[in-house]
Design a binder for this molecule. Structure first.
Ligand code: 13P
Length: 253
């Protein structure tokens, strides 16, 4: 019942020309597959959103943004609001990506405001959580991910949370080539689903999608997708190559 979802986070990569050609290649290569029960999105840098949205307008590939500010407008130099993202055709937005948490320094509290603002603005948040290597080694994965989820979704009703996709991205697996094993991913995904059942209800827990991210490649996508609670993949590096990204989508159908 949970439709698979594969999203490609381009991070701070591509340029004016390559963002458009990459989007174009993905749209052509997925033309037949995407309507077949899978959701696909690309998440380019802000400045290329409009160009990419234009290229993808006749396709089934949706567009997302990598971040959003929680205020709707005003004197917030350099920031982008949910209504602006919606205005240029974004459907999804990443909130709390590990690089924003650990490189830029976003807090659980700020991320929670961003998730709420995204929903209020009619966007579908992809809310990212995940533990550091030291936290995993200290057996704190459940504690960290539970804190991130409770805090990120604080104050939101079940109805609002139904707009959210969760992405579990263990920080130690991002960009390192060290993918979590399917069992490690499944264990945390099942824990997240159980937690959502306790925070909300069984229906929400059953329906919400939980993606895995962290060194997903064409060679490991299928085995990750075989796990019961892995509903899709959030792909970084491999989403910058159309052939690899399409191979991952095919593995997820
Ligand atoms: P990599 O696939 O490059 O490890 O990145 C994962 C990620 O952070 C996606 O948001």
């Amino acid at each position: 019942m949970r439709k698979p979802f594969v999203a490609g986070n381009w991070k701070m990569n591509t340029d004016n020309h390559s963002s458009v050609s990459l989007a174009d290649e993905i749209a052509s290569a997925t033309f037949g597959i995407v309507s077949h029960g899978i959701h696909v999105a690309v998440i380019p840098p802000f400045v290329y959103l409009q160009a990419v949205t234009r290229v993808l307008s006749a396709s089934n590939v949706a567009v997302g943004a990598q971040d959003v500010y929680h205020e709707s407008n005003g004197a917030f130099t350099g920031e982008i609001s949910a209504s602006m993202l919606k205005d240029v055709g974004c459907v999804y937005v990443l909130c709390g990506h590990s690089e924003r948490r650990h490189v830029i320094g976003e807090t659980d509290e700020l991320i929670s405001k961003k998730v709420a603002a995204a929903i209020r603005g009619g966007l579908l948040p992809i809310f990212c959580v995940g533990e550091l290597l030291a936290e995993r080694e200290a057996s704190q994965t459940t504690e960290v991910v539970t804190r991130q989820i409770r805090s990120g979704l604080a104050g939101l009703s079940a109805e609002k949370v139904s707009a959210v996709t969760i992405a579990y991205e263990p920080v130690w697996a991002i960009g390192t080539g060290l993918t979590a094993s399917p069992q490690q991913a499944q264990e945390v995904h099942a824990m997240i689903r159980k937690l959502l059942g306790e925070m909300y209800d069984a229906q929400l827990a059953d329906e919400i999608r939980i993606l895995y991210g962290g060194s997903v490649k064409p060679g490991n996508a299928a085995e990750l997708m075989c796990e019961r609670d892995v509903d899709g993949l959030l792909v970084g590096g491999a989403s910058l190559n159309a052939n690899d990204f399409v191979a991952i989508i095919r593995a997820a159908v």
